[in-house]
Write a protein that binds this ligand. Sequence first.
Ligand code: PHE
Length: 335
Amino acid sequence: MEEELLQLKAEAESAIQDCTSTDELEALRIKYLGRKGLFSSLMRGLGKVSSEDRPRLGKLANDVKTDVESVFSNKKDELSTTANAQDSSLDYTLPGRYIPFGNAHPVTKVMDEVIAIFEGMGFGVAEGPDIELDYYNFEMLNIPAHHPARDMHDTFYVSESILLRTHTSPMQARIMEKQDPPLRYIAPGKVYRCDSDITHTPMFHQVEGFLVDRSVSFADLKGVLTNFTDRIFRKGIPLRFRPSFFPFTEPSAEVDIACVICEGSGCRVCKQTGWIEILGAGMIDPEVMKMVGYDPDQYSGFAFGVGIERIAMLKHGIDDIRLFYANDLRFLSQF
Ligand code: PHE
């Protein structure tokens, strides 16, 4: 019986190897492996062998069957691949279909870059709500009801006490209210103002930054912002701090960089001044400190707010902010 099994195996395997079509292969499968095939009829003989030989022969028979089956299925794969290759309805010389690559929006890219720079200086990242309470957007930032500074903001109101935040500064109040100094955070996100022209869109992005500790000075603010402009524009780009006013910082400044287009000699973009404003900043007002429960005699801090679209426009020489939100891929895919 052993010999018969081995012979059947050899015969079946070589027949399968030599076969050239799927029909022929199917016929071989029926002949050898089918229910009434040669293998099955040999197996029926197992009943007649002595009981001490039966386990060994049973195992051998199983092995032979598995081997033949695997030769069979290999051959089947081989034949079907060649069959496909010969199918004349498929043209293998056609070029592949072009799948366009997507990429991040230029504002997202600059946002990520700004965040990475401040993270590198040890600032934590915190996000807050776009739909904000008047309380955090104004009151807690030393801008009470009817304060003339509210006019600067062109606010979208949701109700009398709820609005779309006009800046990321409410995050100063939200964080300081919950945590004690020392702390340093940036708060990136969307802000909204009812304004639209070539330098304003009703929604844009800011990154707020602030740091509070004992004896923080204006020099620390200058150091942090210089490091930032060195990295986001170019090392050594000149900075200028111009006195300004914000109700929540004292003293306050608007910060300019030397014009990235003309490098300071004067052009249309910088309106012949050689300077371009990039952010607002200052030392956190003692009134704001008191409102969040800090003692302004013990602590001091600075804060700043950067407009992201503005940075992106300067970095890439874009002269109309509305291009960012027109969803024109010819524009967006350049970055
Ligand atoms: N929130 C101010 C603005 O949007 C910018 C700013 C932030 C100024 C922090 C000072 C300190 O115009």
